[in-house]
Design a protein around this ligand. Structure first.
Ligand SMILES: [Zn+2]
Length: 136
């Protein structure tokens, strides 16, 4: 089950690094293992941010921690060495390219069918939050 952390302190620590290495000026979320960290409250986030991070959780689970981290570093470094900007390098990381293409639950379960139950569970949680019946 995916855990959601709102108003993440971890993101506030990571933000300067993301800004420097990824040229990211509005960090809204991050996935670490099976936990999604959000900058603010879930109800104030664009839904696509949550699904982008959920896609990262699927990548992490299918490919494993080492491969997930390896390509974050190596894909980014290759792009930087080839002369791309920090932001272009961040977007060229294979996990980011894929997540930006799959920022909705239907699209995610098409490429990660083995995690359909996990995505449906998250979809149920977010539906409740967006409709104001649950607060985190
Ligand atoms: Zn991402």
């Amino acid at each position: 089950m995916i855990k959601i952390v709102e108003n993440s302190k971890l993101l506030r620590i990571i933000y300067p690094i993301a800004r420097l290495t990824g040229g990211i000026t509005n960090l809204r979320g991050g996935a670490f293992g099976e936990t999604i960290h959000l900058w603010g409250r879930i109800k104030d986030m664009p839904e696509r941010t949550l699904w982008h991070e959920a896609c990262h959780v699927c990548q992490y689970k299918r490919h494993g921690k080492l491969k997930f981290l390896y390509h974050h570093v190596v894909d980014w470094a290759k792009a930087r060495i080839s002369g791309k900007s920090a932001f272009e390098s961040y977007r060229s990381i294979r996990w980011e390219s894929e997540a930006y293409l799959h920022e909705d639950p239907y699209s995610i379960v098409k490429i990660y069918p083995e995690y359909t139950a996990m995505i449906k569970d998250l979809e149920g949680q977010t539906w409740e939050v967006y409709n104001g019946t649950t607060s985190y």
